[in-house]
Design a protein around this ligand. Structure first.
Ligand SMILES: Cc1cc2nc3c(=O)[nH]c(=O)nc-3n(C[C@H](O)[C@H](O)[C@H](O)COP(=O)(O)OP(=O)(O)OC[C@H]3O[C@@H](n4cnc5c(N)ncnc54)[C@H](O)[C@@H]3O)c2cc1C
Length: 415
């Protein structure tokens, strides 16, 4: 029987696993990567530490995605699990650990560099021919079927092509959205592209706050001041010179970008609950007790217990009081306003959510045009689509790499 020729475009997370699996199944596989090295995005993942996947049952992992995405991912998540992926790195001698929030990382000193090295070795050992510096410029489709790819003037023929070129954020890493253009030309529909897991640029920035972190808070987006809360995320929040970053900001960025795309001004307004576990009344009782114990203390010294020092003055101003006022002189209305501000400090509107700064891009190849059992295109026979090019964007926590590993494996298994 003739050996099947498979071209995998993109040596990132999904392409590496797809190429490895296809070669293990006996295909002659060539992996074409535009950069002069593999896995550039894996290298910067998790701040260079690489949050490999998320721990727990695959049902739990699936539930972290939006329902249409979770439905699509079901077959491949069961076929290739977080443990299946971790088996590759463990067999290579790398140890991993699970953080309390379920995120899985290599045990230091191992990091993202070592993850890429393990995957590159595994791919080569499986017999994949790796070609770096190969920027694919288009697909060759003949008689409605895939027939190969073009690299500039050169044509490379194959009866199966796996497109694993990722999204379009962090374009300097090689992901410039090439795949969406190719598949659109081939007849696929792409869901509109939106920023996801991206920082938030605010309408009004306080440069002096840049670098301040708030730990374990809840950032909320409301339709308008006092309006409906339409997105919220609990975790750490970081002030930057352009607005907000950190898990909280990333966690609600997709919903805000979607609202802004609908033309809704500034995606609403943001506020932060500094004590998500403590109800208003409990904070009120705590403050009351503190004021009674030391009535001569100033608002400044009281506020210092609740917010980082560098934020004490703006916080007091947001609460409509001044730092020198003595606690004993605070009216009950002023005390309530202070607590209200602790539970919902207004941070204003969002100016933009930069798509190119997101950890992933939401939108992409419509899921109803890809067979979830095989990752084969329903439009072009012989074409397979995996990883971030698909209309899938999970939350922070290792979910997106797992989606890339699982979709990549299934395509490799089915080409
Ligand atoms: C800063 C940052 C941190 C992140 N951290 C995490 C994390 O810790 N955990 C997690 O789960 N997810 C993380 N992600 C998301 C994760 O990296 C992606 O979801 C994942 O890499 C997508 O895999 P992929 O294979 O689809 O695409 P990629 O890994 O982006 O790979 C695509 C590859 O295709 C190549 N390519 C593109 N166009 C062409 C072309 N025309 N010809 C040839 N090759 C081409 C690119 O150079 C690239 O190597 C992070 C993302 C970013 C940006």
């Amino acid at each position: 029987m003739a050996v099947r020729e498979v071209l995998v475009i993109g040596g990132g997370a999904a392409g590496l696993i797809a190429a490895k699996r296809a070669a293990e199944r006996g295909a002659r596989v060539t992996l074409l990567e535009k950069n002069d090295r593999l896995g550039m995005k894996i290298l910067i993942s998790g701040g260079g530490k690489c949050n490999l996947t998320h721990a727990g049952s695959m049902e739990e992992l699936r539930a972290a995605f939006r329902s249409s995405e979770a439905r699509f991912l079901k077959p491949c998540f069961y076929r290739y699990t977080n443990d299946d992926f971790l088996d590759i790195v463990h067999r290579a001698g790398m140890q991993t650990y699970v953080r309390p929030d379920g995120r899985v990382f290599p045990v230091e000193p191992s990091d993202a560099k070592d993850v890429v090295a393990v995957l590159e070795r595994a791919v080569r050992q499986a017999g994949v021919e790796v070609v770096t510096g190969a920027a694919v410029s288009g697909l060759i489709i003949e008689g409605g079927k895939i027939a190969g790819v073009r690299i500039g003037e050169e044509a490379r023929r194959a009866e199966r092509v796996v497109v694993a070129v990722g999204g379009s954020s962090y374009p300097a890493t090689g992901t410039t959205g090439d795949g969406w253009r190719w598949v659109a030309e081939a007849g696929h529909k792409n869901a509109p592209l939106r920023a996801a897991l991206a920082p938030l640029y605010l309408e009004k920035v306080e440069p002096a706050w840049s670098g301040i972190a708030l730990r374990d808070v809840t950032l909320k987006a409301r339709t308008q001041a006092g309006g409906k809360e339409y997105a919220g995320w609990r975790g750490d929040l970081l002030f930057t010179h352009k607005g907000l970053s950190g898990p909280c900001a990333l966690g609600i960025s997709r919903e805000i970008a979607e609202r802004m795309a609908l033309g809704l001004a500034s995606g609403g307004v943001l506020e932060v609950d500094l004590f998500p576990d403590t109800p208003f009344e409990a904070l009120q009782a705590k403050l009351q007790a503190e004021l009674q114990a030391s009535p001569r203390r100033t608002v400044g010294s009281i506020v210092g217990h609740y917010v980082p020092d560098r934020l004490a003055v703006p916080f007091a101003a947001a609460a409509g009081t001044d730092m020198q006022t003595r606690g004993a002189h605070l009216s009950s209305k002023a005390r309530s306003k202070l607590i209200q501000t602790l539970k919902g400090w207004p941070l204003g509107g969002v100016r933009s959510v930069p798509l190119e700064r997101g950890e992933v891009v939401a939108g992409g190849v419509s899921l109803d045009e890809v067979d979830p059992q095989t990752m084969a295109s329903r439009i072009v026979p012989g074409l397979f689509l995996v990883g971030e090019i698909l209309d899938i964007a999970g939350p922070v926590g290792g979910y997106n790499l797992q989606a890339a590993w699982s979709t990549g494996y299934v395509a490799g298994d089915c080409v």
